[in-house]
Design a binder for this molecule. Structure first.
Ligand SMILES: Cc1cc2nc3c(=O)[nH]c(=O)nc-3n(C[C@H](O)[C@H](O)[C@H](O)COP(=O)(O)OP(=O)(O)OC[C@H]3O[C@@H](n4cnc5c(N)ncnc54)[C@H](O)[C@@H]3O)c2cc1C
Length: 489
């Protein structure tokens, strides 16, 4: 039975205490607006439950009132997945108060945490136990463990350690009907049927709300070696990666690409950022090695020798080895500030794509061709995780054109997505689909894949109460005859 907004707010206040139920246009603004500031749709309320039982009770109460629930983590997502989509009566459920480190097991090398823990806090807790959680993102000071699981976050060390999916041992999840699934096992082997946790990893809060996670830990690196190299072209960047990857296979943990356009944005908008090289190059790559046991000196020597060879044959035009931790962090600051700097400069049309590494250079050439043909004057800013073929292809509008106007006709995005398909790539390497890309999904997924995704959604959430309007194309859940009627406003 659908209750009025007043009924819903009353029920939630009774359940969680009035102080944990946010209402009113101004107070709700931060819960309703996405990181990029492009999307805002109304919620009846935002709630901040304290623990798993309170999350489950909230989901049940919303279900009883016929109201949808939007799980919200650190709100750093780029596709507006953690804020309301239009067309439904909904409550935002922020996980931010589920912020306890539950246990660290240094024999099992695992850490069990609440889903609302900030990623950096979990990294710090692991470090305090002389371990490492090897997920690293520029947003790690704000994004939450639950958000990184729901989006299967990648980041700058996937080339060595994989994405979040590879780090999750067990999950605790509140299901759309309010039941709690306790799958918080710290096991590396468990062949007792379907691996249910995989359903929730990367499903963007549409199948369940993650409330706890058991994650794998690794030894902390004893030494890290970083080099910043200047490259005349993207072809050179790929050649450099191919040349170093096998000799340094066991220690290579990052190879990150950014262009001179990206560097200039950082230099213009990030206080204290300094140009690393005397003269500009088309691209730069940040290479990092992490040595877990023993001395880092041999790895450094191998990298230096490899770079010397690349300078000799013209692949690399200049290089700087970090001589201190401060310099290593300064290199990372240049790379990791590109998104923030771009936002400060007015934002861009974002595409977060993957193509096979062997196709990267041709793909980037195609993107430049598309921009010249479809949007002359627009400014590409291409950067990302070249070691796993994942790139942020951001297109800034021509000088003097507002981002919203530039984005409106969609021609650039369509052409870039066409190119991604032609190269056998993915239209979302990292950020997910959220509410900004569902209509592109049918271009990527076959009818069979879409039908399977819809079947799963219908089986777990037949009323479409969890994060509606996200991930599946509009026809998604509505296209299934579940025998139950979705309750829409
Ligand atoms: C500067 C910057 C750099 C970034 N770099 C990277 C990068 O290198 N790699 C990368 O992969 N991403 C990157 N991102 C994107 C973003 O940080 C990740 O997608 C992150 O995983 C989102 O986590 P969050 O807690 O902020 O989630 P939110 O943005 O709050 O939510 C994201 C999605 O997860 C769902 N969700 C959140 N919490 C839960 C939960 N507990 N249970 C179920 N569903 C939930 C939401 O409903 C939404 O669909 C970057 C973002 C920024 C701003």
């Amino acid at each position: 039975m659908a209750g009025s907004d007043t009924d819903v707010i009353g029920a939630l206040r009774e359940l969680l205490g009035a102080e944990n139920v946010v209402t009113g246009t101004d107070a709700l603004a931060p819960f309703e607006t996405d990181w990029r500031g492009l999307v805002r749709h109304p919620a009846i309320a935002a709630v901040t439950p304290r623990d798993t039982a309170a999350v489950a009770a909230t989901v049940s109460a919303c279900r009883a009132q016929g109201v949808a629930v939007v799980p919200q983590g650190g709100k750093t997502g780029m596709v507006a997945g953690g804020v309301p989509a239009p067309g439904r009566r909904q409550v935002v459920l922020s996980l931010s108060r589920l912020d306890r480190i539950r246990a660290i097991d240094t024999v099992n090398d695992s850490i069990t945490v609440d889903a609302g823990c900030i990623l950096q806090n979990v990294q710090d807790a692991a470090a305090a136990a002389d371990r490492m959680l090897p997920l690293r993102l520029a947003s790690e000071g704000s994004c939450q463990i639950g958000g990184t699981i729901a989006t299967n976050a990648g980041g700058t060390q996937v080339v060595a350690y994989g994405s979040m999916r590879h780090l999750v041992l067990g999950l605790e999840v509140v299901l759309p009907d309010g039941r709690i699934w306790d799958g918080l096992r710290g096991l590396r082997k468990d062949n007792t049927g379907v691996d249910l946790k995989q359903l929730f990893i990367g499903s963007e809060g549409t199948l369940g709300i993650v409330t706890g996670a058991c994650l794998t830990l690794l030894p902390r690196p004893g030494g890290q070696v970083a080099a910043l190299v200047a490259l005349p072209s993207v072809e050179a960047a790929i050649a450099a990666f191919v040349a170093i990857r096998h000799p340094l296979w066991t220690v290579l943990t990052s190879i990150e690409l950014f262009s001179d356009d990206g560097l200039r944005l950082v230099l213009d908008h990030v206080p204290g950022a300094r140009a690393p090289f005397a003269s500009p190059s088309a691209y730069y790559a940040l290479i990092e090695l992490s040595v877990h046991t023993g001395d880092a000196a041999p790895a450094r020597e191998t990298l230096e020798e490899a770079i010397a060879g690349l300078i000799e044959d013209g692949t690399v035009t200049d290089a700087i080895m970090a001589e201190s931790e401060t310099q290593r962090l300064a290199f990372w600051r240049l790379r990791e500030s590109v998104s923030e700097a771009e936002r400060a400069a007015g934002g861009s049309l974002k595409h977060d794509v993957a193509v096979p590494i062997s196709a990267l250079a041709r793909f980037i050439g195609e993107v430049h061709g598309i921009v010249e043909r479809v949007a002359p004057g627009a400014r590409p800013n291409i950067f990302g995780h070249v070691g796993d073929g994942s790139l942020h292809v951001n297109i800034r509008p021509p000088e003097g054109v507002a981002l919203r106007d530039f984005a409106r006709d969609g021609a650039v995005t369509r052409a870039i997505e066409d190119a991604v398909m032609a190269f056998g790539g993915s239209i979302s390497a990292e950020h997910g689909i959220g509410q900004t890309k569902p209509d592109s999904l049918p271009r990527q997924k076959s009818e069979v894949e879409l039908a399977l995704m819809r079947t799963l959604k219908a089986a777990l959430d037949p009323l479409d109460l969890l994060n509606p309007g996200k991930l599946l194309p509009k026809s998604g859940i509505d296209a299934i005859d579940t025998g139950e009627t979705p309750q829409k406003a």
